[in-house]
Design a protein around this ligand. Structure first.
Ligand SMILES: NC(=O)C1=CN([C@@H]2O[C@H](COP(=O)(O)OP(=O)(O)OC[C@H]3O[C@@H](n4cnc5c(N)ncnc54)[C@H](OP(=O)(O)O)[C@@H]3O)[C@@H](O)[C@H]2O)[C@H](O)CC1
Length: 174
């Protein structure tokens, strides 16, 4: 089943009736929990989020306005270039593209993707891999249908698959 179709099913009355906002919140929670499990706030206190134009990054989308307002009230800075985003940063969250990414990277994202290719800072990617850089951790949100899911500990939103990974696989997925 295509990932997009899974979201449609989750939002249908028989598939859970989730609202788009709920799915966004759950996706964000999964990413946040996966990050805090893998990277401590002592070793990686400064996190930069690279947001894209679609529903993965929600850059400038109305659903994101409340979050942006919260960030401003908490004095969390916004930057407008990839170089600034990577300055004084310990971890990058790549929320640039989700499942609608296709083809070669086009402007205005070429420099952001290039910066992520060039950096040694660990990158946590949400959902999609293929823009040409290797994330340290990949968080996948839609794995359910037809997949052999691992046991999730307690009420956790993520599980570390390192123990089960084989060479060449992405280290951590949820
Ligand atoms: N129910 C939901 O939709 C939920 C989705 N979630 C997350 O959202 C993404 C899917 O969101 P979507 O908006 O469909 O897609 P993207 O986030 O990938 O962004 C699409 C935009 O990216 C542009 N794009 C695509 N390919 C390229 C490229 N090669 N170079 C530059 N730009 C690109 C695209 O532009 P177009 O001109 O092609 O339209 C769009 O602007 C999903 O993966 C989840 O992460 C929520 O988490 C929950 C609900």
């Amino acid at each position: 089943m295509a990932i997009k179709a899974i979201d449609v099913e989750l939002m249908s009355p028989t598939g859970g009736g989730f609202s788009f906002e709920q799915l966004v919140e759950l996706a964000g929670l999964s990413v946040a929990q996966a990050i805090t499990k893998e990277y401590s706030k002592e070793s990686h206190p400064r996190v930069a989020v690279f947001s894209g134009p679609g529903n993965n990054g929600l850059d400038d989308k109305p659903v994101n306005q409340g979050l942006m307002k919260q960030c401003m009230e908490l004095d969390i800075p916004f930057v407008d270039s990839p170089e600034c985003g990577l300055r004084d940063t310990d971890l990058v969250v790549d929320a640039i593209f989700g499942f609608s990414f296709s083809g070669e990277v086009r402007q205005p994202f070429v420099s952001a993707i290039q910066a992520l290719k060039d950096t040694a800072i660990p990158i946590v990617s949400g959902n999609v891999r293929g823009e040409g850089f290797q994330p340290s951790m990949l968080v996948k949100m839609e794995e359910k249908w037809g997949l052999n899911l691992p046991q999730f500990p307690g009420t956790d939103q993520c599980v570390d698959l390192n123990a089960q990974s084989t060479p060449g696989q992405t280290p951590t997925q949820t």
